[in-house]
Design a protein around this ligand. Structure first.
Ligand code: NAD
Length: 259
C-alpha cells in the first residue's frame, strides 16, 4: 500500500524546487497533487512529468498573496479531486537582501505578503475542506533562517517572515488539533533550487559581516541538500507515520546549523 493512497495534496510553489520535488514524491506514493504557482509553463511541465510517471496532477495559477486567487485555486482543486487531505504551504521568495535603511517599504511588504500572508491565506481557505474530510495534515515551509540561524546579513524581511511562519504553525496546531488536523513546519537549510537566482542581494557587503560554515562544522553533504531531502520529510509529515506529531518544526539542513 502506498503511503498517500487516496489522499489529495494542495502544494503552493509546486512549479519549482522544493514544491515540485515534494509533488513528485507525494505522487509516487499515490497522492493526487495540485500544483499552485505563478509559473504556468514550469508548473505544466511538472504536471506532465507526474502524469507520464502514472500519477495524477493538476496545475492551477495562483498568487498566494492574493486572497481571491488562493480561494479560487483551492476551489479548483476540490472540484477536480473531490476533497483535500494535505496542504503544503511552501511558496516563497527570498526577496531583496539589503541593509535595513535601504530596504524600501514595498520590498518589505512583498516578501511578507508572499511568505507570511500567503501561508495564512492558503491555510485559511483550505481548513474548511480539511475539516470536511475528517482531518488532515498542514505543512509549512519555513527555514533555518530566522529560527535557528541569523547568518544572512540583510535578510531582515525574509527572516521575519520565516520566524512568523513558525509561530503561525504552532497556533494553528493548537487550534485545529480537536478537528484531527495536524500542523507542522519544515525548516530547510541550503537546498539546491532556483531561489538564489531569483534573489536580489543589494549592498550587503556594507554590513561588513561575513558568515561561513565554520571549520569542523557537522554539516552533511557540505551543508547543501536537494529538494528530495525536504520532500521525504514532508512525506513523513503528510502520512500517518506522523499521526502523533503536531506543532513541530523540523530542521532539514544536514546538521549545518548546529554550531
Ligand atoms: P524556488 O524558487 O525553486 O520555488 C519557489 C516557488 O514559489 C516558485 O515556483 C515560485 O514561482 C513560487 N512562487 C513565488 N511567488 C509566488 C506567489 N506569489 N504565488 C505562488 N507561487 C509563488 O525556491 P525553493 O527553494 O523551492 O523555495 C520553496 C520554499 O522553501 C520557500 O518558502 C523558501 O523560503 C523555502 N526555503 C528554501 C531554501 C533553499 O535553500 N532553497 C532554504 C530554506 C527555506
Amino acid at each position: 500500500m502506498k503511503m498517500l493512497e487516496g489522499k489529495v495534496a494542495f502544494i503552493t510553489g509546486g512549479a519549482s524546487g522544493i514544491g515540485a520535488g515534494t509533488a513528485r514524491r507525494f505522487a509516487q506514493e499515490g497522492a493526487q497533487v495540485v500544483l499552485a504557482d505563478v509559473q504556468a509553463e514550469e508548473g505544466e511541465r511538472v504536471r506532465t512529468d507526474i502524469e507520464e510517471q502514472g500519477g495524477q496532477a493538476l496545475y492551477v495559477n495562483c498568487d498566494v498573496s492574493d486572497a481571491e486567487s488562493v480561494r479560487q485555486a483551492i476551489q479548483a482543486a476540490v472540484e477536480r479531486f473531490g476533497r483535500l487531505d494535505v496542504v503544503f504551504a511552501n511558496a516563497g521568495i527570498n526577496g531583496v537582501w539589503t541593509p535595513i535603511d535601504e530596504l524600501e517599504p514595498e520590498e518589505w511588504d512583498k516578501t511578507l505578503n508572499i511568505n507570511l500572508r500567503g501561508t495564512y491565506l492558503t491555510v485559511h481557505y483550505a481548513v474548511p475542506h480539511l475539516k470536511k474530510a475528517g482531518g488532515g495534515s498542514i505543512i509549512i515551509t519555513s527555514s533555518v533562517n530566522g529560527n535557528r540561524t541569523f547568518s544572512s546579513p540583510g535578510a531582515s524581511a525574509y527572516s521575519t517572515s520565516k520566524a512568523g511562519q513558525v509561530a503561525f504553525m504552532k497556533m494553528i496546531a493548537l487550534e485545529l488539533g480537536r478537528d484531527n488536523i495536524r500542523c507542522n513546519a519544515v525548516c530547510p537549510g541550503a537546498i539546491h533550487t532556483n531561489i538564489e537566482q531569483r534573489t536580489e542581494h543589494r549592498d550587503t557587503e556594507k554590513l561588513g559581516i561575513e558568515v561561513e560554515l565554520p571549520e569542523g562544522s557537522p554539516a552533511l553533504n557540505e551543508g547543501q541538500g536537494e529538494p528530495v531531502d525536504v520532500a521525504d520529510t514532508c512525506l513523513f509529515l503528510a502520512s500517518d507515520l506522523s499521526r502523533h506529531v503536531s506543532g513541530v518544526d523540523i530542521y532539514v539542513d544536514g546538521g549545518a546549523s548546529l554550531l
